[in-house]
Design a protein around this ligand. Sequence first.
Ligand SMILES: [Ca+2]
Ligand SMILES: [Ca+2]
Ligand SMILES: [Ca+2]
Ligand SMILES: [Ca+2]
Length: 348
Amino acid sequence: MNTGSAKTRPSRQLVNIASTLVTGLLLTALAAPCTANPWNNDCLPDLWVIERHQTASGQTRAHILSGEDMYSSFLLHATTSLSETGKEHAFEFLLGDFNHDSMLDIYVIEKTGTRSGRTEVHVLNGADFYRSFLIAGIETALGDTGSDASWQFQLADLNGDRVSDLYAIQKKGTTSGRTEVHVLDGADHFRSFLLNTPTTIAEIGDERSWIFLVHDFSGDRVPDLYAIQRARTRSGKTEVNILDGASRFGALLIHASPIALAETGGGDDWWFSLADLDGDGVRDLYAVEKMNTRSGQTEVHVLNGADLFQALLLHGAKTPISETGDDAAWIFLAAGCEDANPPGQQKP
Ligand SMILES: [Ca+2]
Ligand SMILES: [Ca+2]
Ligand SMILES: [Ca+2]
Ligand SMILES: [Ca+2]
């Protein structure tokens, strides 16, 4: 495990990556102190990279790419306590601060093949670079959710108790015939449901032509559902829909708005997450391009939340990781200060 690199922060090299930056990035906003990672005192979102399959150690690994130099160097290489987790969707990975120490932890959703026969949750501790579990093998109220992409998971606080709840988006085999949202209560370690509801979106199936992200878009502190349609869109571009959490996803806040990416298909060759790169308080869309890139390396694109992802804040930034293919062996999750525990947050 190489934590030494975490302590040696690279000097600012924004000049070198200026060609990848669209002018207008508010550099002054980037100097704010951040407690998401104590080794990293800027407030730029970093990019967690989960390496799951055929790793050197035989364990699932976690790497962090630094926001400070636009994802061109590593802050951390860590071998986690979790064995390899394959390249299918039998596991999902999410970032959140489970124990409220302002260090982002890795939530591992084990969807299938568990001893309990239920979907289980484990949380790897950020404070010791993911070497220990904060919780392990927690049986949730959800049964087996399979090894395909029929179910997708996100973290957000639905009931305002400042404990992250687990959003399970069911895209196939629903009772309503529509895509459904099920929310598991973080306060009782996901053993009860806070919400089970159909959305306005029809069933999609088990492919990843639609991706779901959860965050409050409207500013009412109720998490909304970002539904990103990657294929077979009317515009021929990747499109975003945003469903209003306050109406239990019955109303659309944004409908089929084209973003600055062509269609991105239904595979795992792109990975999406939300974080605020330019510090304007609006989450931007991170789109990691894993194969067939211009540089031959895995690349990062960031689309501006302020104009509904129509402008690129970062275009094809080259990471030190070679292409990472069209399966889920490599997963990319952006997170910044706003994802770590704000002061005064309650214990889970
Ligand atoms: Ca933590
Ligand atoms: Ca909650
Ligand atoms: Ca909202
Ligand atoms: Ca932003």
